[in-house]
Design a protein. Structure first.
Length: 471
């Protein structure tokens, strides 16, 4: 197509004014704010221009007719006026899915949100003295109670917990860390970068696969402020490997009077090996081992809201609380409430495992998952299956969130084999459903993992599958 022809087409694009005053948009203009209508028009026109620019052939010149473009604008308005952040159904089988919001909160938490958010609260107000209080006081007691830590503090997330701890304890000084633990967590949280931001100097010791106690000891000098251990949460080095035991590092720290900090990442408060999972050291065990400071996330294995928890020696935690950074990293009141309520459940381990959705999903039995699959299949009996065949198969779910990377959880999956569309198209169809259903693809099949689909979501999934069958 010649440049002249293209110019001709560009000139056919309707103007903003013509669209705005055309019959299609006049009809609905009272229903939407003017700015939103303009935003929709501009987005659609931009796309029309891009299309012309990209394509040599305009498939149908009719696309440029005012009526067609107006229709696109109306569709876009519907889309733009809906909330951006919305619930989705997680059928991926990854329980602590960072992209899907990590941990689900229990009903108890949700019930407490309303009264706390529609009224004032004692967030930083001491009701006894009538004076200013501390927002941390609401979770300090319960954290100390369930972990036996000497002191506790919470911040916005675990990245912040690591940052403020390093900044407080080691700014301008040296932190010794094993090369095997210089990890990157999803979303580009890298230990060396966080160290850089905190102003601490990183002293790497050992090699990727092996670090010995003497590697640490050799580097201890007058400028050493901290020994750091980072839990290898999202990967494992196997084969010819050696890491220094926590107890040995504790002893080394004691010998030289240097605190040992461990970034636990997930931070589990229940020994999951009791439920048939691989052994992951619990927060309580790490503290009992003598580690001076531990940090972990609130929304990974703990199963609460996004938060970073710092536990350990009183003098260290008090120093962290006084750091000016804490003002920038501070936790919001709704988060505090969710954290307090979630932690309270840990007073009774059985209640925690039954009621905290993250733990409940991890501990779901294969039989329970199979029942869920059967229930869903029964909801579909008698409906059309023009577009796919459906069978139940065995497979594995993952915990996610960088926890227990080697742990495979046996699960039951519904496997959709597409007949007409591709697996990618089918996955995309489910993703654009309302509410979106996020599935995974394996060898040209679309898999729905029963573990992360909630009981109350089964009906919605069944409805979606019925529509997909004839889509
Ligand atoms: C997940 C993780 C972090 C980051 O925690 P966020 O709560 O996501 O900020 C830091 N360190 C380790 C080892 C982790 O696994």
């Amino acid at each position: 197509m010649s440049l002249k022809d293209k110019g001709e087409i560009f000139r056919k694009i309707p103007s903003v004014d013509r669209l705005l005053n055309g019959p299609e948009l006049t009809k609905i203009s009272s229903k939407f704010p003017r700015n939103l209508i303009l935003r929709a028009i501009n987005q659609v026109l931009e796309e029309v221009r891009e299309d012309i620019q990209k394509n040599d052939v305009i498939e149908s010149p009719g696309e440029l007719k005012i009526k067609e473009v107006s229709k696109k604008v109306v569709d876009r308005l519907q889309l733009l006026s809906r909330p951006s952040l919305k619930p989705v159904i997680n059928a991926t089988g990854v329980i602590v899915h960072t992209n899907l919001g990590r941990s689900l909160l229990t009903d108890r938490v949700i019930k407490r949100f309303r009264p706390l958010s529609e009224g004032y609260s004692n967030l930083e107000y001491d009701l006894k003295s009538g004076k200013r209080g501390s927002r941390y006081s609401h979770v300090e007691g319960i954290l100390k109670e369930i972990t036996s830590a000497e002191a506790a503090m919470v911040v916005n997330n675990n990245a912040a917990a690591v940052l403020i701890s390093l900044d407080t304890l080691a700014k301008g000084r040296e932190v010794i860390v094993s090369r095997g633990q210089l990890v990157e967590i999803g979303g580009s949280f890298r230990i060396p970068d966080v160290m850089g931001k905190s102003g601490a100097k990183m002293v790497e010791v050992g090699t990727t696969n092996k670090t010995h106690l003497w590697d640490y000891e050799e580097k201890i000098g007058p400028d050493t402020a901290l020994l750091l251990k980072v839990h290898q949460s999202n990967f494992q080095i196997v084969g010819f490997t050696e890491e220094v035991e926590t107890s040995e590092l504790v002893a080394l720290g004691k010998k030289y009077g240097i605190p040992l900090m461990e970034d636990l990442g997930s931070g589990c408060l229940v020994d999951l090996s009791k439920y048939g999972l691989l052994k992951e050291p619990t927060v309580q065990e790490v503290l009992a081992n003598g580690v001076d400071l531990v940090t972990f996330s609130g929304d990974k294995l703990l199963g609460g809201p996004q938060a970073g928890i710092i536990l350990g020696r009183k003098d260290l935690v008090e120093a962290i609380k006084k750091n000016q950074l804490s003002r920038a990293l501070r936790i919001d009141k709704l988060t505090l409430l969710a954290l307090e309520e979630t932690l309270t459940l840990y007073r009774d381990e059985r209640a925690a495992v039954n009621e905290i959705p993250t733990l409940e999903m991890i501990c779901q039995s294969y039989d329970g998952l199979d029942k869920k699959a059967q229930k869903l299949t029964e909801m579909l009996t008698g409906s059309e299956t023009e577009n796919y065949t459906l069978v139940g198969i065995d497979g594995h779910s993952r915990i996610g969130g960088g926890a227990l990377p080697l742990q495979k959880l046996p699960t039951r999956l519904l496997c959709l084999t597409p007949k007409k569309m591709s697996a990618q198209e089918m996955e995309g169809w489910l993703r654009s459903y309302d509410p979106p259903i996020i599935a995974r693809i394996e060898t040209d099949q679309v898999l729905l993992d029963m573990r992360t689909i909630r009981e109350k979501e089964l009906k919605t999934v069944a409805q979606a599958l019925k529509k997909l069958a004839i889509a």
